[in-house]
Design a protein around this ligand. Structure first.
Ligand code: AHG
Ligand code: MN
Ligand code: MN
Length: 340
């Protein structure tokens, strides 16, 4: 039997590269793994117990909350609170950030921003969903309560980021800025095991992922790009395959491994875009770049955007470098450029 490397072993091994590391980030990543297993358990039996469907409330962004959105949010917050490495969190499901007020957490070095359940419209129909997280070092003084500035940092300042995909298997993929590694949950032993070492995304691919229902509402250049993807051209492998699950984390993961582009543009009816900069776009941009891809909002590198609000949204173009560059080259808005 080949040797299994668990997530825990892998993180501890990596910690040796940082002789002054205190182990707090290691513990924090382990807290995330434990919370993921709890959410995984709930997701897997969702149809059997009364946790499918809407909760009957809307979140701060006016979106209907699903019961599992709230279950996942609570599981991660509980893990971060008891872990004591984190002084506060911000999540898509909470109106404002939460500053933990117990003494141990106030000494925590980190803040975490997360989308507890991504793809929530897919929960009720048994389609892949996920959790996305982003970790920053706080900018406020340790020992005090977290403040808004701790959360409004640009993506380039992320210490670590990752996602958990509840798909045909459950995977945790993360980066600390030294490459991307993926771990598959082996349910028989309850451990995330290294399955995708040092993930590199192909420079180009044959998959484009966009909600085509929005094409008449966005930059006309994107319609041209979709047309380009559909054209027959054997030298570039076109037509490409259109693949759109509607769970960003699942669409992103597929394109990361196979090569592809994911686009959620700004539209006439969502002029700021749909996806959230802090909970969705930044963490996946960090992973994309670490795997050799790029992420832009159509104007600038995602991770260079200075956030002004917690729930800020933006247009999103992420994936294989050559494909994102091609889409950018066709956009009509004057400022269209990529700086990475
Ligand atoms: P969330 O479930 O966290 O609100 O995110 C949903 C996002 C994203 O996962 C997905 O790619 C996109 O919304 C789908 O939007 P459309 O249904 O408009 O295509
Ligand atoms: Mn989401
Ligand atoms: Mn969500």
């Amino acid at each position: 039997m080949s040797k299994i490397t668990t997530l825990n072993e892998f993180i501890l091994e990596r910690q040796k590269d940082f002789p002054f590391a205190t182990g707090e980030l290691t513990n924090l990543l382990n807290d995330i793994a434990v919370a993921s297993k709890i959410v995984n358990r709930d997701v897997n039996r969702a149809g059997l117990v009364d946790i499918l469907g809407a909760k009957g409330e809307t979140n701060v962004q006016g979106e209907e909350q699903q019961k599992l959105d709230v279950i996942a949010d609570d599981a991660f917050i509980a893990a971060f609170k008891s872990g004591e490495e984190v002084c506060g969190i911000a999540s898509e499901e909470n109106d404002d950030f939460v500053a933990f007020d117990d003494e141990a957490s106030k000494n925590g070095k980190y803040v975490v921003l997360f989308d507890p359940l991504d793809g929530s419209s897919n929960i009720d129909v048994n389609v892949s969903i996920g959790t996305i997280f982003s970790i920053y070092r706080r900018v406020s003084e340790p020992g005090t309560k977290a403040v808004k500035e701790d959360f409004l940092q640009k993506g380039a300042d992320q210490i670590a980021a990752g996602y958990v995909l509840f798909g045909s298997s459950t995977m945790l993929v993360y980066t600390t800025g030294k490459g991307v590694n993926g771990f598959t949950l082996d349910p028989s032993i309850g451990e995330f095991c290294l399955s995708h070492k040092d993930i590199k995304s192909p420079e180009t691919g044959r998959i484009y992922s966009i909600n085509e229902g929005n094409l008449d509402r966005c930059d006309p250049g994107l319609k041209e790009y979709a047309q380009y993807c559909r054209e027959d051209d054997s030298s570039t492998g076109r037509p490409y395959s259109g693949r759109y699950i509607g769970s960003l984390v699942a669409d992103f993961h597929r394109n990361l491994l196979k090569g592809g582009i994911y686009v959620y543009p700004t539209t006439n009816n969502c002029p700021e875009g749909r996806l959230r900069l802090l909970y969705e776009c930044n963490p996946l941009a960090f992973i994309a770049e670490q795997a050799g891809g790029i992420a832009t909002d159509g104007h600038q590198r995602i991770m260079d955007i200075e956030p002004k609000e917690l729930h800020e949204r933006c247009g999103y173009y992420v994936g294989s470098t050559q494909m994102v560059e091609k889409a950018m080259s066709l956009l009509k808005h004057k400022e269209a450029k990529i700086t990475v």
